[in-house]
Design a protein. Sequence first.
Length: 105
Amino acid sequence: MNDNVEVTHNAEKRRYELRVEGELASIAEYASNERVLVFDHTETSGNFRGRGLARRLVETALDDVRKRDLKVVPSCWFVAGFIQDHPEYQDLVAHLAQKEEGPGL
């Protein structure tokens, strides 16, 4: 791809943004606490679809998460699928503790 592509982290809007030639093309939104980003929505504008931009966006976002020593919860189907297909990112998935319940609870 010869496009001028830039991915940035927009902390104020709690999302990663991918721009092509300066135009917003794709976003990956998240909710967060101190150490975990819950990716809950990824979207690519219609005229930019089918070019692999969301994949580039998620890969760059996950690389940034790793650099920041954070974990992720991939509640967005696209992010979950990307992580499943790329085992090198599976260590970033937060393993949430589940409350153990005994008999009768």
